[in-house]
Design a protein around this ligand. Structure first.
Ligand code: ATP
Length: 279
């Protein structure tokens, strides 16, 4: 039997040839099965890993960039995020291509207009990458599992904690008060899930400390000129608004199962894990 690494290496050499032939702007390795692969490509190389800690030691060559995405968000979403990343970094422009390789496929992706995620999102994403990834992971699991079999909706507001606290108040006594719990601690995942039934939002610092749960966001989407696609109610409007009035990122889980990331009052990422095909 041929092992995963052999398959990946064979796909990689096809991807290298393809990238060269079509003058692709970047070659993207999605969750490669080994760290020290020999990659022959003169353009930008992006390595997507599942590790939450991205070590810079692997960025030996300056055309290699590591991005960490520990959760599986479905290939299409991942490719859209990569498109947006390449565009925001000036690596590739609209209608240019990148080639990607996964454990099972090689493909070409054209950079589309719609893949416009603000630079700021990636700055934030890189800065709080571990925390955002962990919250996404929890939101995705909650979307699939629900709580005691019932669908759950909630909000996580990450970063700019001081300002977020100023623009919110407790709906119920804060269960996290006086505790020093960090969302990056694997044991804390279940605690978050347990409290996901509370109305309101979880407030998480940029380093992952859980500041509060059951927090009502005191924002007025109308006066802040926040507009969202029809069908999104007060949970989503409040999430968009808090990211307009502060520098925070908000991640919402809708009772319908869709997970969204908001930044600067806009949706920058949308994904329904219940409809997803895993990588
Ligand atoms: N300003 C707010 N701050 C915190 N939580 C809020 C706020 N507004 C609404 N919510 C929460 O959102 C819940 C659902 O409200 P609503 O159904 O209007 O939202 P929605 O955007 O349609 O969300 P869903 O897609 O999950 O139904 C409320 O019960 C409340 O817990």
């Amino acid at each position: 039997m041929v092992d995963t690494l052999d398959v990946f290496e064979a796909l990689l050499s096809t991807a290298e040839r393809l990238a060269k032939e079509i003058n692709a702007k970047a070659l993207v390795l999605v969750y490669p099965p080994a760290e020290d692969l020999e990659i022959n490509f003169s353009g930008d190389i992006i390595i997507i890993s599942r590790e939450s800690e991205v070590s810079s030691k692997k960025e030996k060559k300056n055309n290699v960039k590591n991005l960490s995405f520990p959760v599986s968000i479905g290939l299409q979403n991942l490719l859209n995020l990569i498109s947006a990343f390449l565009k925001s970094r000036g690596i590739a422009d609209k209608n240019e291509f990148f080639v990607y390789v996964t454990n099972e496929s090689v493909g070409v992706k054209r950079i589309e207009e719609k893949s416009s995620i603000s630079d700021e999102f990636f700055e934030k994403f890189e800065k709080y990458s571990n925390v955002i990834s962990r919250v996404l992971e929890i939101a995705i699991e909650l979307s699939i599992e629900g709580r005691e079999g019932m669908p759950v909706g909630t909000i996580f507001v990450i970063g700019d904690t001081k300002e977020v606290m100023k623009h919110s108040h407790q709906l119920v006594p804060n269960p996290f008060k006086g505790h020093n719990l960090n969302i990056l601690d694997p044991k804390v995942k279940n605690v978050i899930k347990e409290f996901s039934f509370l109305d309101g939002a979880f407030i998480v610092s940029s380093k992952g400390r859980i500041i509060a749960a059951g927090r009502y966001l005191d924002v007025d989407p109308k006066s802040l000129d926040v507009s969202l696609p029809q069908g999104l109610g007060s949970r989503h409007l409040a999430s968009a608004a808090i990211t307009k009035v502060t520098k925070a990122v908000a991640i919402t889980l809708s009772e319908s199962g869709t997970v969204r990331i908001f930044k600067n009052g806009r949706i920058v990422f949308e994904y329904n894990p219940r409809l997803a095909i895993n990588l």
